[in-house]
Design a protein around this ligand. Structure first.
Ligand code: PEP
Ligand code: MN
Length: 300
């Protein structure tokens, strides 16, 4: 009987769950017991004590928008702004209002960064954009749709930049950690893992595409020392739920949050239902500070 259990635990067969063999042979780096602290700037460190907020719009739509948001965030004590100049879309058709701002968008982000001193998170969608992205970004985001784009992971890792790796909405934790291992094996230890919701039937809301897997945060924290951040905006797709899901993420032990926001959400060129407006963001911050204190963490 004992042998049977042991042989099950050291599972030699491929499985969707993480086995002891996996930890030993397949994902030894990402499950290493060494404590990880990732310093982004003088103001921002991902650590056991801090919960950095990465806030901003979905896309870098225009210069004015980015300045407006950056000034608001800065005034409210935020240090990291997000926004994507290059963007993968689920469907190939684009609304009239939406255009990828591409290199020009990165130039606007550059101006915003110089003006505010904030750190920049932006998505790297293809290797050909790597050079331009690296000129401005402080953290490279690998989107969920690219989680297993191994060439992209490798090239991103080789830059030495901090990387946010988002879990694909259909991927197991095992597959996610396998992808993370591809980054670590290139010698880049500045890895941040992001839970951003999984596809599952779960709700009365047809606008809510994904379900935030808070259990994944707790489970990952058990075996991974790299920061685990949460993106309730992309998970719920629905602004009225974002704050509560963020508090649940903090209670689950997350080490950072991605919060999408926009001065006029209904005018957001992509996903207008999910960004918080300025008032909602301020309220969120107030509550998030209280919740994080309960867990002896500090929102930054
Ligand atoms: C995003 O962060 O804007 C995004 C598209 O996220 P995801 O890859 O999780 O869908
Ligand atoms: Mn988005």
């Amino acid at each position: 009987m004992k042998n049977l259990i042991v042989s099950k635990l050291s599972n030699k067969q491929p499985t969707k769950d993480i086995s002891l063999d996996d930890i030993k042979y397949k994902i030894p780096k990402v499950t290493s017991k060494k404590n990880v602290v990732i310093k982004i700037s003088k103001d921002v460190t991902f650590s056991k004590k801090t919960i950095p907020i990465i806030a901003g719009p979905n896309g870098v739509e225009n210069r004015e928008l980015m300045f407006k948001i950056a000034k608001f965030l800065k005034k409210n004590g935020m240090h990291i702004i997000r926004g994507h100049a290059y963007k993968p879309l689920t469907f190939p058709y684009r609304s009239k209002s939406y255009k990828e701002s591409l290199d020009i968008g990165m130039d606007w982000m550059d101006e915003v960064k110089k003006y505010t001193g904030m750190s920049v998170v932006t998505e790297l969608t293809e290797i050909k954009y790597l050079e331009r992205v690296c000129k401005t970004a402080d953290i490279l985001q690998i989107g969920s749709r690219n989680m297993q784009n191994l060439e992209l992971l490798r090239e991103a890792a080789l830059t030495g930049y901090p990387i946010i790796l988002k879990r694909h909405f259909g991927a197991s934790l095992r597959d996610m950690l396998g992808a993370a291992e591809h980054i670590l094996v290139e010698g880049n230890n500045k890895l941040i893992l992001c839970e951003r919701g999984i596809a599952a039937p779960h709700t009365h809301k047809e606008t809510s595409r994904f379900m935030l897997d808070v259990q994944a945060i707790v489970a990952l924290k058990e075996i991974v020392k790299y920061p685990i951040i949460s993106d309730p905006s992309h998970a719920s797709f629905w602004a009225p739920w974002v704050s509560n899901l963020a508090y649940a993420s903090i209670a689950s032990g997350c080490d950072g949050l991605i919060i999408e926001m926009h001065p006029t959400p209904s005018k957001s060129a992509v996903d207008p239902l999910q960004p918080l407006n300025f008032r909602q963001f301020k309220n969120f911050l107030k509550q998030a500070n209280k919740v994080s204190k309960v867990f002896k963490r500090k929102i930054i």
